[in-house]
Design a protein around this ligand. Sequence first.
Ligand SMILES: Nc1ncnc2c1ncn2[C@@H]1O[C@H](COP(=O)(O)OP(=O)(O)O)[C@@H](O)[C@H]1O
Ligand SMILES: [Mg+2]
Length: 278
Amino acid sequence: MSKIETESKRNQESKIAVEHLRMEYTSNNKNFLALEDINLNIEEGQFVCIIGPSGCGKSTLLSVLEGLYTPTGGDVRINGIPVDGPGRERAVVFQHYSLFPWLTAKKNVSFSIAQVNKNIKKTRADEISVEYLKKVGLEDFIEKLPGELSGGMQQRVAIARALAVSPEILLMDEPFGAVDAKTRVVLQELLLNLWESDGRRMTVVFVTHDIDEALLLSDRIIFMGPKHIRCDIPVAFPRPREKSELYATEEYAKLRVELVNMFYDDIADKIDIEGGWL
Ligand SMILES: Nc1ncnc2c1ncn2[C@@H]1O[C@H](COP(=O)(O)OP(=O)(O)O)[C@@H](O)[C@H]1O
Ligand SMILES: [Mg+2]
């Protein structure tokens, strides 16, 4: 293929393209098939939630997109280029805050900026760090160590750290799974506001167990069953979204019931009714 052809193919490509992805783990000489024939295209600027029961392969899929695992089959491309490891256009936020405990909030963020931007001056990295910590409402906690912050605050630092490197793609694996219900709502609104108010919207892939969270945040829900994608559901509610307004609409209630039924059908399949579980 000529250079021009390659370039034009790249331009037509989705931001994230997954074709016939297969992921098999090998441990103790045993193989375990975690994902089979996953096909998925995610367009630039889309906010996609991945939802599905525990163990179905959500984190595996996200790790493959991150470049942490090499798939045992198929193709994964980002911006048309095959993924062969982590890249600076991708940032990640996990359920567990994964901050360096010996670094202040400011230094946790500026360290990550310096990792991505090797030539940046320390003072400039600190300035950007403070700017992002302010965006997540932590202006009074900049010099605190992670151990001095609540779980919700630590997760704000993790979000600031991810956003401060201006990623094109944000990969989030149950990022609010370990905080209390009230903090979770606050963090959802914070993320939504940051994303919706950004002129250059990031592409977000967000794994969650929580149907309401997925409906509030996403443009599209990928519903997974064990090893597979079961369905791909558009979430067309207008933006910017406001939780209480959204919850009051008929469309929201209708889609929510559909998703809840799908989610519990899946779990019901696994319960042995004959065996007297119910
Ligand atoms: N490193 C690993 N080695 C072997 N099996 C794994 C590994 N990581 C995950 N698995 C298995 O792959 C399946 C999918 O796991 P995971 O992607 O973490 O699911 P989810 O995030 O949907 O809960 C599970 O059965 C899990 O036990
Ligand atoms: Mg997981």
